[in-house]
Design a binder for this molecule. Structure first.
Ligand code: IMP
Ligand code: MG
Length: 225
């Protein structure tokens, strides 16, 4: 039994990328040439993100696929993960006998400038949260760093009494600054590094990069505001 419990806890952490993982050299993959010198290495190649997302969708459908859900995409960083996840959820429900209805909504938050959190999370657009009353909500986020953004969002949504809230995040950072927030479904647990690509940005740059990469010091300086 203990083994099963440990397995369940490990599954919640997703694919664990250790602190000493060197990643892949950039020249082994394709990437936009305007970013040459601005990236240090590839942490997670695009293909691996795609494969992991397929399994997350399967896990989510097994758990909550019997009810109508509202997928709440956290913009902008979550848009790639959300759209690929929704494609997979649609594929699964199209090919199974259980009928699942899914609505998609968006919320825009702001909490980072350069590579630093700028204090309180602000909602700067999108879904009127009162619409989530009584609904089964699946929040789709790009990365949980300290966890403060997600905790703040959850407490705002909880005020409107949804029937259920689940959180999926493509990435969760292992950091000493963590509030110990653990999503219900995690793609990858990563070292405490600032990462970009696959819609994750640094001051709006790097969203047009497929792989999840670690930004270089040159990149941080070049795009700093
Ligand atoms: P937290 O409040 O520290 O958990 O930060 C969460 C938010 O900050 C995420 O939704 C991201 O938008 C942003 N963020 C945190 N770490 C990174 C990163 O490494 N790259 C890009 N965005 C990040
Ligand atoms: Mg985000």
């Amino acid at each position: 039994m203990a083994g099963k419990r440990e397995e369940a806890r490990d599954n919640r952490r997703g694919v664990v990328i250790s602190d000493d993982w060197p990643g892949y050299r950039l020249d082994l993959f394709t990437y936009p040439k305007h970013y040459s010198g601005d990236l240090d290495h590839v942490l997670i190649p695009h293909g691996v993100i795609v494969d992991r997302t397929e399994k997350l969708a399967k896990d989510i459908m097994n758990d909550i696929g019997y009810c109508d859900i509202v997928v709440l995409c956290v913009l902008k960083g979550g848009y790639k993960f959300c759209s690929d996840l929704v494609e997979n959820l649609k594929n699964i429900s199209r090919n199974s006998d259980t009928f699942v209805s899914m609505k998609v909504d968006f919320i825009r938050l702001k909490s980072y400038q350069n590579d630093q959190s700028v204090g309180d999370m602000q909602i700067i657009g999108g879904c009127d949260l009162s619409k989530l009353a009584g609904k089964n909500v699946l929040i789709v986020e790009d990365v949980v760093g300290t966890g403060r953004t997600m905790k703040a969002l959850l407490s705002k949504i909880e005020k409107y009494k949804p029937n259920m809230i689940k959180v999926t995040s493509l990435l969760v950072k292992r950091t000493s600054r963590s509030d110990n927030f653990q999503p219900d479904y995690t793609g990858f647990e990563i070292p405490d590094l600032f990462v970009v690509g696959y819609a994750l940005d640094y001051n709006e740059y790097f969203r047009d990069l497929n792989h999840i990469c670690v930004i270089s010091e040159q990149g941080k300086v070049k795009y700093r505001v």
